[in-house]
Design a binder for this molecule. Structure first.
Ligand code: ARG
Ligand code: ZN
Length: 496
């Protein structure tokens, strides 16, 4: 679902492509460089205009080949808004094919469509239908271009069904490392931020287009298949077991997960009433399902008191036996490697993302500090409150003293560039920005800002400009210069 049309940068940007229409200018606080990149992308991709309501009648009825996000060129598409993904997948670890099934993508056309794209890397597509009728399709790079038998009218709801199979290709990014569809000793594990989802399912793979999901995962008997949300059924036939999962709240594609293997599972409810599903690979020696369950329950209830009601119908986590350099805040059930799943600070970080990142999702990847800066701040809060770490103030001071750290001071957290998407500035200077804000507006206003943020943008998308506006509204202060130096400045702030 693409929310809040009109606050969406792409609509605003189409003004620069020479089209008339009532468009609002983007926030003047956005750095000019970011604007120019946006303009160039929106004007050069044919669909930048196809998404604009004013241009729809004149532009060719072809969906854009990308969302126009310079940090992830090619990711996402235009011309439609996905409502739901239904993934019916047979996963047979280490077999060929390892993955086979169908993805049914239900969407609403945002303009008339004779043709549109889905993102999909590798894999063999054997059939595409639109509303049950055979559609023609072509593949090029990571684009699956679909031409339905009949054009789709603007506002029309349609279901694309893609039958496909193969061995998903893991991403080995020079900056981000290995991610995507990863093999474990007894199964597979998906960790998709930012661009991994379309290595295993056809999608509008950009966080701007959130949708609900259901999963039907068929795996060899003896293995467990876990996905987001609540478990809605299990059935064993012959040598296979089918696990059904469902996530009704809107979810960004990069937060979708499947994890297949052997697991020890513990389920229950937090004292605050949130259902918890905790799964740990039994070959992991650093933690147990009980420990993961207990820490998860404690953190979920603590964050609910501080950040606002838990945004989803279920919570949990999965610890799998795989050496990955990251944990990931997959919606409702973060995924962890063996070391990270044993660490309460990491659990506190990933669960804070359920509010900051999963429920309130970035509109553009350049806004990633809205995820990682907030989750880093949550780590500091957890350390202070649980007595396992230094005070938040000490965390701030210890970093502020690092005058010779260019990774912190020359990289603006709200415009870090693709290479620093998950760099120190986004996490740590992002967290410091929040602490500096707290010092400026006081505790009561600061936590009111956090709660207003999670409630006003619940299950939606948001931008740094919107955060600044909200902080100014709630605090009653002009914070323009404050955020300029902390979020966009290329040197260490000395006064704010
Ligand atoms: N969001 C993750 C975290 O909470 C980081 C993911 C980094 N992505 C990657 N492909 N390595 O820290
Ligand atoms: Zn994070």
């Amino acid at each position: 679902m693409v929310g809040r049309i009109g606050q969406n940068g792409e609509f605003a940007l189409s003004a620069f492509c020479g089209e008339a229409g009532a468009v609002s200018l983007p926030s003047p606080r956005l750095p000019l460089s970011a604007l120019l990149v946006g303009v160039l992308t929106a004007c050069s991709s044919n669909g930048g205009s196809a998404r604009s309501p004013t241009a729809a009648s004149v532009a060719p009825a072809v969906g854009a080949v990308s969302a126009g996000d310079a940090y992830v060129p090619g990711d996402g598409n235009g011309g439609y808004d996905v409502q739901h993904y239904s993934l019916d997948l047979r996963i047979t670890p280490k077999a060929t094919p390892e993955l086979a099934g169908t993805a049914t993508v239900t969407a609403v056309a945002t303009g008339p469509l004779t043709r549109f794209d889905l993102d999909l890397t590798g894999l063999n597509v054997s059939e595409v239908t639109v509303d049950g009728r055979t559609a023609s399709y072509t593949r090029r790079d990571s684009e699956l271009t679909v031409t339905p038998a009949a054009p789709i009218a603007r506002g029309g709801r349609f279901a694309v069904r893609v039958r496909y199979s193969g061995i998903p290709r893991q991403i080995d990014d020079p900056v981000l490392g290995r991610y995507g569809w990863l093999s474990t000793s007894d199964g597979v594990f998906t960790g998709d931020e930012p661009s991994g989802a379309h290595t295993w399912f056809p999608s509008n793979d950009h966080p701007e287009d959130k949708a609900s999901f259901d999963f039907r995962l068929t795996v060899p008997h003896g293995l467990t298949a876990i996905a987001n949300g609540i478990q809605t059924g299990t059935a064993t036939t012959g040598n296979s077991t089918t696990y059904r999962w469902r996530e009704d709240a809107p979810m960004a594609t990069y937060l979708a997960m499947v994890d297949v293997g052997r697991f020890k599972v513990r389920t229950g409810r937090t004292p605050g009433g949130v259902p918890v599903y905790a799964a740990v690979d039994p070959t992991v020696t650093t933690t147990t399902a009980d420990k993961l369950y207990d820490t998860t329950a404690r953190v979920v209830d603590t964050w609910a008191k501080l950040f606002g009601p838990y945004p989803f119908a279920s919570a949990g986590g999965v610890v799998d036996n795989l050496q990955v350099g990251f944990a990931l805040e997959t919606q409702t059930k973060p995924e962890y490697g063996p070391a990270m799943g044993a660490d309460p600070t990491t659990i506190a970080h990933e669960l804070s993302h359920q509010w900051f990142g999963d429920s309130v999702t970035v509109t553009h990847w350049s806004d990633i500090w809205l995820n990682e800066g907030f989750a880093t701040y949550a780590e500091w809060l957890w350390g202070e409150r649980s007595g396992t770490g230094p005070s938040v103030q000490a965390q701030f001071d210890q970093r502020y003293r690092q005058t010779g750290s260019p990774d912190l001071w020359t990289v603006p957290p709200a415009a870090p560039g693709r290479a620093q998407l998950f760099g120190r500035s986004v996490y740590e200077r992002g967290g410091m920005t929040l602490h500096a804000l707290r010092q400026k507006v006081g505790d009561a206003k600061f936590f009111a800002i956090l709660r207003a943020w999670t409630s006003e943008h619940r299950h939606g998308n948001a931008t740094t400009g919107q955060f600044i506006a909200l902080a100014e509204r709630v605090s009653g202060k002009d914070l323009g210069r404050f955020f300029q130096v902390w979020l966009y400045g290329k040197k260490r702030p000395t006064s704010w």
